[in-house]
Write a protein that binds this ligand. Structure first.
Ligand SMILES: C[S@@+](CC[C@H](N)C(=O)[O-])C[C@H]1O[C@@H](n2cnc3c(N)ncnc32)[C@H](O)[C@@H]1O
Length: 400
């Protein structure tokens, strides 16, 4: 660990955030904005991560890299007494205002200008949260280790972090921009980004409500976006934590053993299976959903026949007559359907096209002709179309 490097990165990241703070969700501007953020948090934490609201009731919560408190205030409103730490004192000043206006009456909250890397606290917490922070630090895995130290036994870690897959397209955009602009020159980066990635920026603005300038700063000017794979996170936590949930769901492959016996360790045994969700994070959300919708329809027959096959043996007893001929027919039908409809192959097909577009782009980038690159990007069918990958993934782990 190089302390100078940590401080250098903090300084550079802070400069970007002091210009344009990405954690402002304008919750103080109107009740409508407050409710809209609250709804997103309900959806993320309570619905998608399946963490019951009552877990926050009276809990002590440490938010590492809390920023302006626009996110932490939801944890507080669900009943947590919050300690907010961040390296940005301006963000914390705003967080105090947000809490003054919206905090749960009677709750006790603390604000501390402090880095994750030098954080010293006497107590441990029921819940530690860190949303969109550790990938902006010099050593994300070390940051993860530092924050997880502050969790009580049986307590929870709620983590939001970029993945290399989800951020792949945006990293590629950073690389492309670097061919035509000095990444340390904000004005140059802005100009090139607006020319090459106009549609992406408009879309991101529409969906996040942030200004185009703020998006450019957060995505391209920000000097540090070091994502972690789920496997890296899990490997580092698995000795002391058990996996609780993830959004989007990493848990597409389930252990066939009894839930009374298996635990999250099956990720270690089946670790290559996490490739399929990773590919979907790399691609475009809407396109993926359309495939799934189509394949969902096509899976109808497979589902009906599978059902018939399992029902054929249902309630089997000495009197049951098995119609082997009928079952064989059903089996053959399903084998054919499987060959045609194994829906995940579509993602692989899409991935092949995606890789070809990337190769074509890399073949041409050396020529340093920005107009040609723009032309090429416009013609792409997958790369940089739609969402350009998933910005943040979220996980909950429980301390053993
Ligand atoms: C993208 S913002 C996220 C803020 C907030 N968690 C949210 O969900 O909106 C990242 C925050 O991490 C803070 N940060 C970056 N490096 C940090 C460090 N080493 N220690 C503490 N906070 C840090 C930044 O100042 C910034 O407020």
């Amino acid at each position: 660990m190089n302390t100078n490097k940590i401080l250098e990165t903090e300084k550079k990241v802070l400069k970007v955030y002091k210009n344009n703070n990405p954690s402002i969700h304008f919750v103080d501007k109107s009740k409508k904005k407050f409710n809209s953020r609250k709804l997103s948090m309900d959806n993320l934490i309570l619905h998608n991560l399946k963490f019951p609201k009552k877990m926050f009731q009276g809990a002590s919560l440490l938010d590492c890299g809390a920023g302006t408190g626009d996110t932490t205030i939801s944890f507080n409103n669900w009943g947590a007494n919050c300690t907010l730490i961040d390296i940005n004192d301006e963000a914390l000043t705003r967080a105090k205002l947000v809490f003054k206006k919206f905090k749960k009456i009677g709750s006790k909250n603390y604000f501390k200008k402090q880095s994750i890397f030098s954080l010293k606290l006497k107590k441990k917490f029921d819940i530690v949260t860190s949303i969109g922070v550790i990938h902006h630090t010099e050593y994300p895995l070390l940051a993860l280790k530092k924050i997880s130290k502050f969790i009580k036994k049986d307590g929870f870690l709620i983590l939001g972090c970029a993945t290399p897959e989800g951020f792949f397209q945006r990293n590629l955009q950073r690389y492309i921009i670097s061919n035509f602009a000095n990444l340390n020159n904000e004005a140059e980066v802005e100009q090139v980004a607006k020319y090459l990635f106009k549609n992406h920026l408009i879309r991101a603005h529409k969906f996040s409500g942030r200004s185009i300038k703020a998006i450019i700063h957060d995505t391209y000017v920000n000097p540090k976006i070091h994502g972690l794979t789920f496997d890296e996170i899990n490997k580092n936590l698995q000795k002391e934590f058990s996996f609780y949930s993830a959004a989007p769901n990493i848990n597409q492959v389930t252990d066939p053993a009894s839930p009374l016996t298996y635990n999250s360790d099956y990720f270690t045994r089946l670790k290559n299976m996490t490739l399929l969700p990773s590919l979907t994070w790399m691609h475009n959300a809407d396109q993926y959903l359309n495939y799934l919708k189509n394949d969902n329809k096509k899976l109808k027959n497979l589902k009906i026949i599978t059902n018939k096959i399992s029902k054929s043996f249902n309630n089997f007893n000495s009197e049951t007559k098995i119609n082997k001929k009928k079952i064989n027919k059903l089996l053959s039908k399903n084998i054919t359907l499987c060959k045609k409809n194994l829906f995940k192959t579509r993602i692989i097909n899409e991935h092949k096209k995606f890789l070809l577009e990337i190769r074509n782009l890399l073949d041409n980038i050396e020529k340093k002709n920005i107009n040609k690159i723009k032309d090429l990007l416009d013609k792409n069918k997958i790369l940089f179309k739609k969402s350009s990958g998933l910005g943040n993934n979220y996980y909950i782990f429980q301390k053993k």
